[in-house]
Design a protein around this ligand. Structure first.
Ligand code: BEZ
Ligand code: FE
Length: 300
């Protein structure tokens, strides 16, 4: 009697040759960078599935989760990016890029300002405003007068020399914890503005002292946080992007030093080098707080 042998088709499951077969399916004309990074991604994905004994229903739940995040993403809400943030991926990628920058720094130079993640609420085309003006909508200024902050400083190079004509793009939440695009009660582009440094590299504006806020937790990102028994809070922060000719663009955030979520940021973005003090302002001056910060840019 003949015994029936299993067919010698592709190997599967726990056989590491299966992973090699998937990687080897890449063709000679594949996109260069993809051909470089995909073998590692496939290897890690397969190893992960083997390590946790991933079941078909768990894999399907993950596919549904990614689809739901994608369907919820639009120009007002980037749920997929939020999920990456909750998993620390945006912060890790930011850290990897800034490590490359630090390795470039020449000895004796002033350290560049650390970067921090962009987050999903950036909007380009914020109004360009003159120095000394306010990003607080006039109709809300009264209600938030206790938070009004005079924010100023310089943009410098690694030698400490001023960078004129740098564009500094600033955005933060209202004290109710919402960015203007999340909140129908805030006017378009509230608490957002772009300023240009003067010949001494100086910028100045009025904003609000921010409050800690929860990341949106009514979608897949929030579900993940709940299932992992995690809180949704970010420490109070102001977002900043600085663009200047001849320098590397800087995306960062300034964090209120007294905030209780500084060591416990749900998206792992807060850094010691970016903590700032809000100083009480003399009574005869406009605003309740002063925030002073000099940014240092790396050469391009
Ligand atoms: C933010 O700071 O705007 C943010 C960052 C990551 C996730 C959600 C919000
Ligand atoms: Fe934010």
């Amino acid at each position: 009697k003949k015994t029936i042998q299993p067919s010698p088709g592709p190997s599967h499951g726990y056989d590491p040759n299966f992973t090699d077969q998937v990687i080897a399916a890449t063709g000679p004309n594949a996109h260069r960078r993809l051909a470089q990074v995909m073998p590692s991604l496939v290897r890690h994905l397969h190893d992960f599935a083997r390590e946790v004994n991933l079941t078909v229903s768990e894999w399907k739940a993950a596919v549904d989760f990614i689809n739901a995040a994608g369907q919820m993403s639009n120009d007002k809400r980037n749920e997929t990016q939020l999920v990456c943030d909750i998993l620390g991926l945006e912060s890790l990628v930011d850290e990897i890029s800034s490590k490359i920058l630090q390795e470039d720094a020449s000895p004796g130079s002033i350290a560049s300002t650390p970067s921090a993640i962009l987050g999903p609420f950036y909007r380009k085309d914020a109004p360009v405003l003159p120095n000394g003006s306010s990003i607080v909508a006039p109709e809300t200024k009264e209600a938030f007068s206790k938070d009004l902050t005079y924010f100023s400083g310089r943009v410098l190079d690694n030698k400490g020399d001023p960078i004129p004509d740098a564009v500094i793009d600033i955005w933060h939440t209202a004290p109710n914890g919402m960015y203007e695009q999340q909140d129908p009660d805030q006017p378009e582009f509230n608490l957002r503005g772009r300023f240009r440094t003067d010949t001494s590299g100086r910028y100045s504006l009025y904003c609000l002292r921010p409050a800690p806020y929860p990341v949106p937790d009514d979608g897949p990102g929030g579900l993940l946080l709940k299932l992992l028994d995690r809180h949704p809070w970010r420490p109070a922060h102001i977002h900043v992007i600085i663009i200047a000719n001849g320098f590397r663009p800087l995306t960062t955030q300034l964090f209120d030093k007294g905030d209780k979520y500084l060591k416990n940021d749900t998206v792992f973005a807060a850094k010691e080098g970016l903590e700032v003090d809000f100083i009480a302002r003399p009574e005869n001056e406009d605003g309740n707080w002063t925030l002073t910060y000099d940014f240092v840019l790396s050469p391009a």
